[in-house]
Structures are given as C-alpha cells and as structure tokens.
Write a protein that binds this ligand. Sequence first.
Ligand SMILES: [Zn+2]
Length: 165
Amino acid sequence: MTSKEWRQLSAEQLETIEGFQQSYPVKVGGLAKAFGLRVLLKPLPAKISGEIRPSTESEAGFDIGVNRFEKNTRQRFTIAHEIGHFLLHSHLIGGGITDTVLYRSRLSNRMEAEANRMAADILMPAKLIRKISSDLKIPLTEEFVDEFAEALQVSVQAMKIRLGV
Ligand SMILES: [Zn+2]
C-alpha cells in the first residue's frame, strides 16, 4: 500500500517516520521536529494552505508554515505534505515553495502528487488502519470511513481516497 516515493526514502528516514506510526493519530508535528524542521502556524492568505522555506533557525534549514485559519485535520495534512517536499524535493525548495489549498505550487503537478502520496503514507499507514480496524472492531468499508478518519485525525475525503472507497 506504500507509494513508490516511500520506497525512495533511506532506511534512516523510514525508521524516523515509523517511530511516529506506533500509535494513532500520527504526531505529525513531532515528526517534523524529528527531521529538524520547525512548524510555524501563520496567518496565511485564504487560498494558501502552507509553505516550506529556508530558515537559519531550524536544524534542517527549513521552516514549514501552516495556515492557522484552517481546520486541524487540514493543517496535519499540510504538515505531512511539506515534509514530503522536504524528503523528496529539498533540492528544489530554493527560496521556498508555497502551496495553494489544492496543493499546487510552482513545482510540477507530478511533484505535488508525490508530496500528497507521501503525506498519505505518513498519516494513514496500512498497519495503523489495520490496528484501528482491530481496536474498534470495524471493517475496512465505506460505512466506517468517518471512524477511521476520526481515529487518524485526517479529513473524511483523504480517508476515502486512502481506502479507495
Ligand atoms: Zn506542495
């Protein structure tokens, strides 16, 4: 169920992410911090969900900015998406990448799709989906999408895409 992007990561990167996937919801702010990234809640314009830009104050050299006016589930996906850019496209960040609410930026749509797949792999790993199914005694069906979304603190829409329902 993991993406081809996931399989491009180093053993060390995978270990860091998997360390945050032992319980749900995945603590995505903690994961950003573990990669040396700072996460800043910002009053960004309404059409912008987030950004990643160079910073001399973070260990990794980049800060993630998240629109403080958006819902928590949305902010979590944005943080995971920007971590995706950091892991996959750090050489292209340059002066910064700004993502619209549709997760479009000056990068290609292909790269945006890569960051989205990485975000899904981070927030909704197959093993946690199975664990929730077992803990809550609910099957992996469309009927229970809301319960899975709630447990993983992701939007129902993101969860539907993940479950393919
Ligand atoms: Zn993006």
